[in-house]
Design a protein around this ligand. Structure first.
Ligand code: UD1
Ligand code: MG
Length: 468
């Protein structure tokens, strides 16, 4: 038998009032990605071939994000007015392909869903060919607000009662509905035509299909492995709690892969951390960052979209974005690599050095207090302390090119556009305004004059002036 074709439906039309934000709830991010991203990832990991997301509040933003991130595997269905989870699912079904055998029904605000657990729910339904529906259940410490699972005297699920509709006896039930189901498509299409808004909220409840499944082959259930997996996010306190869980999960994946990750490091989803690397306390790794084998990112560094090659060392409190750091290169402490910095293998960028759109060739060094903008620094060149690439004239940016093995003396200003040749030497304190040929010395500063015995005379004059 072919494996069934699964389409996931993700309900995400609600406003999320308690987030107190113009941003739609499901676009609030944790560990670097909007919560709905994780829900879709889990659905795909569980074997869904495609996903239909029901959008409503802030739908333009949600749709734009989904299209950009997932392309054609994720479609959207618009629920203009939120008339309940059953109504939202009806609208989703209009966008579900007729070939779909099973539907995986999820909510967009549960970012900690586990793909493996959803896969086992799908499997549970496959193993019970008579049952039209499988669902997760849970036993939270406090059941307030959740739908309660109604079972008959044989323990079979016969329905779900929403908290607002429940009697006192029903509210005493501790088994609740986390809102995660798989259903046979044919059953669900039919069942959704039968539900009615006869309830406290005058809404169409998706949960009412459970009572229809019970006599039509039964409902199979599975207790959630960890209640956190189905935690719904309603406010920013819950968002922070879920993010903590995610950071721990992400770090543990990298730890099992052989990296040392200190407990206070924050590594976003999607960051690559290779074996035997060390991510120290307080490090934040974001976006499309990757850390090579054996690299060390020391305390307090913040790297966003940075590729760090094997055995590189990023010393404490360095900040880098959209840049690359070569093999065995050393950065920091307190370096700032701005976008398009490309630090070559074995190169060094030291404390209080800022780079932007600048390449440093193999083994080049800029160890102290420099600004290197719009530059190309050849292999083995040495940039002295206090060097400034004067790249901006107030209107345009200009390029500085420094040849291989060149030496730039401390406190030099390189006024771009300008080229300094291979092996050239720029004397300390020089303002370079013209190209320097290969192997030439450039020196532009006043000649020093020493006045014998003048220091004592000067001091007594200054002292007398201060007494007046
Ligand atoms: C729902 C369940 C409840 C369960 C709980 C788990 C129903 C009727 N009840 O209740 O049994 O215990 O989830 O968290 O299903 N949504 C739409 N369109 C709508 C209404 C909701 O897209 O018209 C979306 C929301 O954005 C949200 C999800 O569906 O992502 C769940 O809706 P919500 O209002 O939170 O349902 P609950 O009342 O919590
Ligand atoms: Mg809810």
């Amino acid at each position: 038998m072919n494996s069934p074709r699964i389409t996931a439906v993700v309900l995400a039309a609600g406003q999320g009032t308690r987030m107190k934000s113009p941003l739609p709830k499901v676009l609030h991010a944790l560990a670097g990605r909007p919560m709905i991203h994780y829900v879709i990832d889990a659905a795909l990991a569980a074997g869904a071939a495609d996903v239909v997301v029901v959008t409503g509040h802030g739908r333009d933003q949600v749709e734009a994000y989904l299209a950009k991130t997932f392309g054609e595997r994720v479609r959207t269905a618009v629920q203009a007015e939120q008339r309940g989870t059953g109504h939202a699912t009806q609208i989703a079904l209009e966008k579900v392909a007729p070939e779909a055998d099973l539907l995986l029904l999820l909510c967009g605000d549960t970012p900690l869903l586990d793909g493996g657990e959803l896969a086992s729910l799908v499997k549970l339904l496959a193993e019970n060919p008579d049952a039209p529906l499988a669902m997760l259940t849970m036993r939270p410490a406090d059941a307030t607000g959740y739908g309660r699972i109604l079972r008959d005297e044989n323990g079979r699920i016969v329905g779900i009662r929403e908290h607002k509709d429940a009697s006192a006896a029903e509210r005493a039930i501790t088994e609740t509905n986390p809102g995660v189901y798989t259903a046979r498509a044919a059953f669900l299409r039919d069942a959704l035509t039968k539900i009615q808004p006869n309830n406290a909220q005058r809404e169409l409840y998706l949960t009412d299909v459970v009572a229809l499944a019970a006599p039509a082959g039964g409902v199979v259930s599975q207790l959630v492995r960890d209640p956190m997996n189905v935690a719904g996010i309603n406010d920013r306190a819950q968002l922070a709690e879920a993010e903590d869980v995610l950071y721990r999960r992400i770090a543990d994946v990298h730890r099992r892969g052989g990296a040392t990750i200190r407990t206070s490091a924050k590594i976003d989803a999607g960051v690559i951390v290779e074996a035997d690397s060390t991510i120290e306390h307080g490090v934040v790794l974001r976006g499309a960052t990757s850390i090579g084998v054996g690299a060390v990112i020391d305390v307090g560094c913040v790297l966003t979209d940075v590729r760090v090659a094997a055995s590189a060392l990023v010393k404490p409190y360095s900040v880098a974005s959209s840049s690359t750091i070569g093999e065995k290169a050393q950065i920091g402490p307190f370096s700032h690599l701005r976008p398009d910095s490309d630090v070559g293998p074995d190169a060094h960028v030291g404390n209080f050095v800022e780079t932007k759109k600048t390449r440093l060739g193999r083994g080049a060094k800029a160890n102290h207090l420099a600004y290197l903008g719009d530059g190309d620094v050849g292999a083995g060149a040495n940039i002295g302390a206090g060097t400034i690439f004067c790249n901006y004239d107030g209107f345009q940016k200009h390029k500085t090119t420094i040849g291989e093995g060149a030496f730039i003396g401390s406190d030099s200003q390189i006024v771009a556009p300008v080229k300094i040749g291979n092996g050239a030497y720029v004397a300390t304190g020089t303002t370079v305004t013209r190209d320097v040929p290969d192997d030439a010395l450039a020196i532009a500063r006043l000649k020093q004059e020493n006045k014998e015995g003048y220091a004592a005379r000067l001091k007594s004059r200054l002292k007398a002036a201060a007494k007046k």
